[in-house]
Design a protein. Sequence first.
Length: 338
Amino acid sequence: MLNWYLQSGNEGDVVYSTRIRLARNIKGFYFVNKYTKKDADKIIEIMGNVISNLGYGLKLIRLSDLDDITKITLVEKHLISPEFAYNKGEIGAIAINDDENICIMINEEDHLRIQVLSAGLELENSLNLAIEIDKKLEELIPYAYNDKYGFLTSCPTNVGTGLRASIMVHLPALSKTRNVRKVLEAVNSFDMNIRGVYGEGSTAQGDIYQISNKQSLGISEEEIIRNLKIITDKVIEQEKLARKILTKKEIELEDRVYRSYGILVNSRKLSSEECNNLLSDVKLGTDMGIIKEMNDLKVKKLEVYTKPANLQKYLGQTLDSYDRDIKRAEIIKQIVNE
């Protein structure tokens, strides 16, 4: 079975993925910003002892046992945060399954960050699985919890449910019709965050944005995802309206997406940034039925395996940026011609 990031999901023409993340801390330990390496090692040991009882095919892996390229592949797949990969190598670990739809970060900003990832718009099912995992863990490990405030976390914005629900959306038509800023501002006004691909501090790449809840305290998990779905549905609606506007200039749209397709599949050398921008047009053209030579699976493979670290992992080679640009063009041809 294909990993979640290669699958097609609900509203897949606009929504790339859904991620549910629960922040949890273990009772009796300082938060990550104050504890020692000995505390960090103890927390990893505790998780190692309960993993087999937790199930889901999870395996415990220390970040120190992973090479740099492998760690960045996990960032590129949105399984771990950039800060965790770059700065927590000595104290960090993950519990991950083969399907890579469940990944628990250990000793990131909190002791535990339980993550469930799905293709497309899958808020309810993803939340149900995350809560199921969370309840099993709570039976095995005592959480830091307060009757008044809920789950205690290192960052005040996560106190309460500890839930951060995120939806990754592709908004090329809103960008091309110069309406994307209005939509981003509207999302922010409804007490939601809208950020770049890798969350806080990152920028959009290839017209991809991440929408997530701001509030975690004084609201239930179900209310959080219900509010997020309402906002996401509105964004999807606006993107699809913008696509209809683009079709009014049919030749211009077809010319744009086919020019991008032509450059993508015929280049001898292609940077990561240019590839992202071209893929945004190609995905739009494929989703709208304009580019007949492509399908959803090929687009998803291109999106994953052209990223710098995943490209090197795919080839089993360590490459400098110049050689990556050459190999990226070769891999694109290979995937397109499959």
